[in-house]
Ligand binder design. Structure first.
Ligand code: ZN
Length: 240
């Protein structure tokens, strides 16, 4: 069985469709979303509808959380804030209900999914190094956990920290724990503008991060036409 674990879609429908098509081509039958369906890009409702339609497990990201309520936005940079206010105005009540009810952590089969960290999942901290990862490992009760939030794909093996390259893979070996950042579908920040997601071949015990080209110009055009900040369109070209 192959699972496609993806997240940080951030309302980029073109990137989402490209990732889902690639996952199907790779033989993945079980999609799993690690959150941040909305925020930043121009198709929040469409991405919610597409992912709801998959009927797959989804956990809540910080942008999903902020977009689904009407409270004052805290802890986000000005660019993210502006995009979130726009996003709130472009989601239906039903979209917001669905986002609000997402859980923070889920176990799927024999692995766990969370958006940010396992130690304090609702505080939206960033796992940027092996010390941050160690805090999550203390609360990880499955051998493998997938997460996102930093938009940078990376493997953490308990006790080690290894940067993950395009197309690189890791074997799941007995006696070790894996905390795996699947990167971002809709706004990569590791300098590679292609959409990222992880393919988990459960029978082979192997996780591969795939990078997928998508119609970036279309996504950029929609951002500008929506009146969202132009930096949000520009950053899709650099993957930063
Ligand atoms: Zn995100």
């Amino acid at each position: 069985m192959k699972c496609a674990i993806f997240g940080d879609v951030h309302a980029n429908l073109e990137a989402l469709e490209a990732v889902l098509a690639d996952a199907a081509e790779q033989g993945a039958t079980h999609p799993v979303c690690i959150g941040d369906v909305v925020g930043y890009n121009a198709d929040p409702h469409e991405c919610v509808a597409r992912i709801r339609g998959l009927g797959c497990p989804v956990v809540k990201g910080n942008h999903d959380d902020e977009a689904s309520v009407d409270t004052e936005i805290v802890g986000l940079n000005p660019l993210a804030q502006e995009a979130l206010l726009w996003t709130r105005g472009h989601l239906t009540g039903e979209d917001k209900d669905w986002l609000r009810e997402l859980r923070l952590v889920r176990q799927v089969r024999d692995f766990t999914v969370v958006h940010a960290t396992l130690d304090t999942p609702g505080s939206w901290g960033y796992v940027l190094n092996k010390f941050d990862a160690m805090a999550s490992f203390s609360y990880q009760f499955t051998q493998v956990c997938f997460f996102g939030h930093t938009h940078v794909p990376r493997f953490y093996v308990k006790g080690l920290s290894v940067a993950m390259e395009s197309g690189s893979a890791i074997s799941i070996e007995p006696g070790r724990k894996y905390f795996i950042n699947v990167g971002s579908v809709g706004q990569p920040r590791d300098g590679d503008p292609r959409a990222a997601y992880a393919l988990y071949d459960m029978d082979a015990g192997r996780v591969t991060v795939r990078r997928v080209e998508y119609d970036r110009e279309a996504a950029q055009r929609k951002i500008l036409e929506a009146g969202l900040p132009k930096q949000l369109a520009e950053r899709l070209a650099t993957g930063k």
